[in-house]
Design a protein around this ligand. Structure first.
Ligand SMILES: Cc1cc2nc3c(=O)[nH]c(=O)nc-3n(C[C@H](O)[C@H](O)[C@H](O)COP(=O)(O)OP(=O)(O)OC[C@H]3O[C@@H](n4cnc5c(N)ncnc54)[C@H](O)[C@@H]3O)c2cc1C
Ligand code: SF4
Ligand code: SF4
Length: 718
């Protein structure tokens, strides 16, 4: 096992070793050290509360003042010094119940939470959904992301790529569950804002009402700041509103979630473009003391081919989708080609179909397996009638009388993989051919449009045209200006923009309060330890990820109606129950080891606990072999494995999954519980001499002792 690096955990261990070593010979010093150890244990195990830091400091101070130097010196070195030099680590453990190093077993977030750019406590909200507690699930999500419904529909869900259940069959449908909970909470009117803090009096301007800006506005308003959002367009939402088509993300969903932000007192200045209608200096003179720039990446990349600028029917996908989002429904041509292989290209192609284009062809330079677009969306596009042409390089837009008539293309082949493993498309000489068509939509990428920020002279930019901002604090080179989202990262995702908005709030808050900025990037916080749902092992293994029901392709071709129809309640709750609750089971493998090596039983087949040596997981095996001794549960560091005697049974469970249960036997003599038969059988084999003396009767430990003494001394012991 690697050496622990967590300072709190190290402090706890060192103090425990000191006490165990016996050098604290004075009884009062020993008792005081043990009390201090209990407090530190609370901090390492997530049981600490707001008074723990003061209690620890007081305890150390008392020892240092009142105890002899011979004892207090060691305690000062082991506990006092780390507390003094790195008090923030202790504070963070106490406040967030979170250990970024993973050494404090109880406080480590699950892999899904670690993978989420907004740091959502996935395991807890999935657990709450399993229990039918949707409003609480939404409340947990909104601690880290004010857009649970939006993200439930369009998130790129990096959490699902690391989901541990994926090692058994398929990942938990984390994203779909989020949409389900949000929709439920909205329809049941239980989707609510948390209380906001007292007004701090500071004015903050957020420029750009996309997910980054709106997230910053939400958390700033909750902290008590007076927030105004400056937005060039007539409505909020950014690319969620004017990029992502409504058949994937209905406008009402965005409006609903934006309305909750507005409800906190955030004000919006629409149709106000920074650089045209206002400037940072003007805003400063209006009394704004800090700024969050989140202007996104709204300029399209040029194709760089002949004829591209000569015809009105050559349109970039960003402009095209923006017009469609505004309700424009005329087609740019009966036959159209979309150039690109990403999600934006697929969105443009599927929108063209819905507008009534007769033939929509998607041209991509590489092959299907290199397409960056989401596989499911590519499949849906094909179902709707989009044709895909791979290894195709457009080289010239052809036309006559101001109208597009065709696209000259070259065939391509893939070169050998480069150092990054990517295979470059190489044009095949002499392979050119013409595709006849009426319109071309280019979707080969976006870039930052620096217009609007020209007037802010003290900003620094990368060579790719993105704004430079600190990855921890979001601060730019201008003291009062912070930034995040696509403007800083280049075109990315909604959840990354949300994560950036949330991070910036911490930076802005500290700047305005005059507090030092953090040196380490923030780590996701576990928000609760949600109750475990009891599921039999058979069910846990048999449950499969449900398919998302979709609108039929025929209907999809003619309407912008939402394609995903969503889970029903029973499906959502059942899916939540597949979760392995990795916020509690850390997959340390101790249970497997103890059962196999110490007990010699080998009842736990948990391939998923070890990413290094993949093996099968089968929770059902345990019921066949387990003797319900409880050795695994007794040694489980996080209480993920539990052994309980209840209602006449002994039950072994792992995070709520019932692995084994058996009737409890009672003592024939006094009626006390002696354990399940298979455990007694196991014990009997190892204590044959004692058992032989009382053969035929089932006795508890106490009765065996009494009868043994009685038979030896002839005295009756009560
Ligand atoms: C077609 C398309 C589909 C996408 N699909 C997905 C998806 O399915 N899932 C996903 O996760 N991501 C998707 N994305 C990416 C995602 O939408 C963006 O990464 C995200 O919206 C970026 O958020 P942001 O807040 O940084 O910027 P934006 O959302 O771009 O918002 C920036 C805002 O700033 C405003 N603004 C710009 N300049 C000024 C100015 N000078 N003054 C005032 N206001 C200004 C803009 O009008 C806009 O409202 C998609 C993007 C596109 C284009
Ligand atoms: S099984 Fe549950 S807790 Fe574990 S990674 Fe997947 S969603 Fe997260
Ligand atoms: S309770 Fe069962 S699974 Fe756990 S150590 Fe004992 S025999 Fe193995």
């Amino acid at each position: 096992m690697s050496k622990p690096t967590c300072l709190v955990f190290q402090t706890y261990n060192r103090l425990a070793e000191l006490i165990d070593s016996g050098v604290l010979t004075h009884p009062r010093v020993k008792r005081r050290a043990e009390d201090l150890l209990d407090l530190l244990k609370d901090v390492c195990t997530g049981s600490s509360g707001p008074n723990h830091l003061q209690a620890i400091l007081k305890s150390v101070a008392t020892i240092l003042i009142e105890e002899p130097e011979a004892f207090s010196g060691e305690i000062k070195r082991i506990v006092g010094e780390p507390l003094e030099s790195h008090q923030e680590v202790f504070v963070s453990h106490i406040e967030t119940h979170n250990c970024p190093t993973g050494d404090c077993d109880f406080l480590t977030p699950a892999p899904c939470q670690m993978a989420c750019p907004a740091g959502i406590d996935v395991a807890s909200y999935v657990g709450l959904i399993g229990e039918g507690r949707y409003a609480e699930a939404v409340e947990i999500i909104r601690r880290d992301n004010p857009f649970p419904w939006v993200c439930g529909l369009v998130c790129t869900h990096p959490c699902e790529f690391v989901c541990v259940r994926g090692r058994i069959d398929s990942p938990i449908a984390i994203m779909n569950l989020k949409a389900f909970a949000a929709e439920r909470a909205v329809s049941e009117r239980t989707y609510k804002n948390p209380p906001k803090a007292e007004d701090l009096g500071f004015k903050v301007a957020v420029v750009g009402a996309g997910p980054a800006g709106l997230t910053a506005a939400y958390y700033l308003a909750l902290k008590g700041y007076r927030v105004t959002v400056i937005e060039a367009l007539a409505q909020a939402g950014g690319m969620m509103m004017v990029g992502i088509p409504r058949y994937r993300l209905p406008r009402e969903v965005i409006d609903r979630e934006v309305a909750f932000i507005e409800e906190l007192g955030v004000t919006f200045r629409f149709n106000t473009r920074l650089g045209r209608d206002t400037t940072i200096d003007q805003l400063r003179s209006e009394g704004f003391q800090a700024f969050f720039l989140s202007l996104g990446a709204h300029a399209a990349m040029d194709l760089g081919i002949k004829g591209e600028k000569d015809f009105p029917q050559v349109i970039d996908a960003i402009s095209f989708l923006r017009h469609v989002s505004k309700g424009e429904r005329h087609i740019p041509g009966k036959t159209a080609a979309v150039i690109g292989g990403g999600n934006v290209a697929i969105d443009a192609a599927r929108s063209l179909i819905r507008l009534g284009c007769e033939d929509v062809l998607l041209l991509y330079r590489r092959t299907r397996s290199e397409m960056p677009a989401n596989e499911e969306e590519v499949k849906q596009a094909e179902e709707e009638g989009v044709r895909l042409s791979f290894l195709t390089i457009p080289v010239e837009v052809l036309g006559a009388d101001g109208k597009v008539t065709g696209l000259r293309c070259l065939r391509a082949r893939l070169a050998e993989p480069d150092e990054k493993g990517r295979r470059r498309p190489v044009p095949v000489e002499g392979s050119d051919y013409v595709i006849e068509l009426d319109a071309v939509i280019s979707a080969i990428g976006q870039r930052i449009d620096p217009e609007g920020l020209d007037s802010v002279t003290d900003l620094h930019w990368t060579k790719w045209g993105t704004l430079i901002a600190d990855t921890i604090t979001s601060a730019t080179s201008a003291e009062d200006i912070f930034s995040g989202g696509d403007l800083v990262t280049g075109p990315a995702t909604v959840v990354e923009a949300i994560g950036a908005g949330k991070r910036a709030v911490e930076g802005i808050d500290r700047y305005l309060r005059g507090l030092p900025q953090p040196k380490m990037p923030p780590v996701p916080s576990r928000r609760m330890r949600a109750a475990l749902s009891e599921v039999p092992a058979q069910t846990k293994m048999a449950l499969r990820r449900p398919e998302m029901p979709f609108l039929g392709p025929e209907r999809r071709r003619i309407t912008f109606q939402q394609v995903e129809l969503g889970y029903d309640e029973a499906t959502a709750r059942q899916e939540a129950k597949r979760c392995l609750r990795c916020d509690i089971c850390k997959r340390c493998g101790k249970c497997v080891k103890i059962c196999r090596e110490q007990m010699g039983i080998d009842a736990l087949q948990f391939g998923h606990v070890d990413f290094g040596t993949p093996g099968l997981t089968d929770f059902r095996i345990t019921a066949e072999r387990c003797i319900l001794c409880g050795a695994c549960a007794a040694n489980c560091p996080t209480r993920a494995m539990t052994l309980e005697d209840r209602e006449g049974e002994r039950v072994l469970s792992l995070c709520g999954t019932v692995l084994c249960r058996e009737k409890l036997e009672t003592c024939h003599r006094c009626g006390a519980v002696v354990g399940p038969a298979r455990y007694l059988e196991y014990v009997k084999k190892r204590t044959s001499a004692v058992q032989e003396a009382f053969a035929g009767s089932l006795l508890c430990e106490k009765c065996i002792r009494q009868l043994t003494a009685q038979s030896k001394s002839g005295i009756t012991i009560p």
